[in-house]
Design a protein around this ligand. Structure first.
Ligand SMILES: Cc1ncc(COP(=O)(O)O)c(C=O)c1O
Length: 396
């Protein structure tokens, strides 16, 4: 008899051979623009803590107080064990920020995405999603059992064609999209999507993970930035990026939220958010409202780094290097192949810069991914540009 687990070693060997192997590295210290890695300081251009709140004194104080008052765990699912008032307070605050009737919080953004999609549609229904959607949306689409079609990234003609050809064969339908695409940094064309949704009687599920707290005049997200506040949408997102905590949410009509509390398996059969996570997210929303200057710094620093990256990358265009279009603090430099992105990632790391070397299968083409924080300075960005320029210069 053969070894039924032997395939694991063989699969790992294939992953190594393709230069796709990944493993986490340890970071030390409070989240911030500079952190410690292997005993050395690194400039952190790889975090999703866009507003610089995860290490802030205010959030730490509020979170510590919540643990003192309510303990470390929520001890069970909300329908069976009950919840704390702060869970509902957080949901009301999310709904107020998003300008929706209600919201419900999940234990992660991933759980929210699979939870909402598998609750709102089933085998008689159709989901149509952008090809660059986040893995959690893809998983939710598959898990739902609905018919699932992908349209080319941002291509509204392709979306329309799919609906034109298939919508009438299904009962319910939803268009599913990230608002900010996490591995590119560009935005979905939400107004066009909403118009198509209206034409084909489709719901729209939009993932605001990288937009909440970051975009829009009040920090409500891309829906606000793209002037679609109050439109018929199901908004999902995470508490783990600009909101500096852990957890996810769905925001929409009161009926939708009530329905999810009765039909969404990843909410019903999962333990409530911990008091610490809940309090941290609440405190972060309070900062989003009270400190618009954090968003302003983030925007300014993003523009500064983007201009610099354009300048550094431009001479390398004919060798397959390209800065991908971005409207957000996420900026990606496309690189010709996996080996080159790994080399560049290592060179940046030895130059004291932490940035993502993103490879297939996460993305179709390899890229260096930089994320800006509100507490980055021009000097931090200049350091990135200098090390990147040198690293490109020594590629053969
Ligand atoms: C677009 C998008 N949606 C959902 C998620 C999942 O959120 P969470 O980390 O809270 O599970 C992420 C990243 O983590 C993301 O980038």
């Amino acid at each position: 008899m053969g070894n039924p687990y032997g395939w694991i070693e063989r699969s790992l060997a294939t992953i190594h051979q393709a230069n796709w192997y990944r493993s986490p590295q340890a970071l030390d210290g409070l989240p911030g623009p500079v952190m410690m890695m292997d005993g050395e300081a690194v400039l952190n251009f790889a975090s999703n803590d866009y507003l610089g709140l995860a290490g802030s004194r205010e959030l730490i104080t509020m979170t510590t107080a919540a643990v003192e008052q309510w303990g470390t765990g929520s001890t069970g699912s909300r329908l069976i064990t009950g919840h704390r008032d702060i869970h509902r307070t957080l949901e009301r605050e999310i709904a107020a920020l998003k300008n929706t009737e209600d919201a419900v919080v999940y234990s992660s953004g991933y759980a929210a995405n699979i939870g909402v999609l598998s609750a709102i549609v089933g085998p008689k229904d159709l989901l149509v999603g952008d090809a660059y959607n986040h893995s959690s949306l893809m998983s939710g689409c598959k898990l739902s059992g609905a018919g699932f079609q992908q349209y080319d990234h941002g291509n509204m003609t392709a979306l329309r064609d799919i609906l034109m050809g298939q919508r009438s064969q299904f009962r319910r339908c939803a268009i599913v999209t990230d608002s900010v695409f996490s591995m590119d940094g560009d935005l979905c064309p939400l107004k066009e999507i909403l118009a198509i949704a209206e034409e084909f009687e489709a719901m729209v599920v939009i993932d605001e993970a990288h937009a909440t707290g970051v975009l829009g005049s009040t920090g409500a997200g891309a829906v606000e930035f793209l002037e679609c506040t109050g439109k018929p949408l199901i908004q999902v997102g995470t508490l783990s990026k600009a909101l500096a905590s852990l957890g996810g949410y769905v925001a929409g009509s009161a009926a939708l939220v009530d329905f999810l509390r009765n039909r969404s398996a990843s909410w019903i059969y999962s333990t409530a958010l911990s008091p610490a996570d809940t309090a941290a997210a609440l405190a972060a929303i309070d900062r989003v409202k009270a400190e618009p200057e954090r968003r302003e710094s983030l925007l300014n620093m993003s523009n500064y780094l983007r201009d610099g990256l354009r300048r550094v990358v431009a001479p390398w265009g004919d060798r397959g290097f390209r800065l991908l279009p971005s409207d957000t603090p996420i900026m990606c430099m496309q690189v010709p192949d996996t080996a080159t992105v790994l080399t560049l990632g290592e060179q940046l790391r030895s130059g004291g810069i932490l940035a993502g070397a993103i490879r297939p299968p996460t993305v179709p083409t390899s890229r260096l991914r930089f994320t800006v924080r509100a507490d980055h300075s021009q000097a931090h960005c200049d350091a990135v540009l200098e090390v990147l320029e040198k690293s490109l210069g020594i590629l053969n």
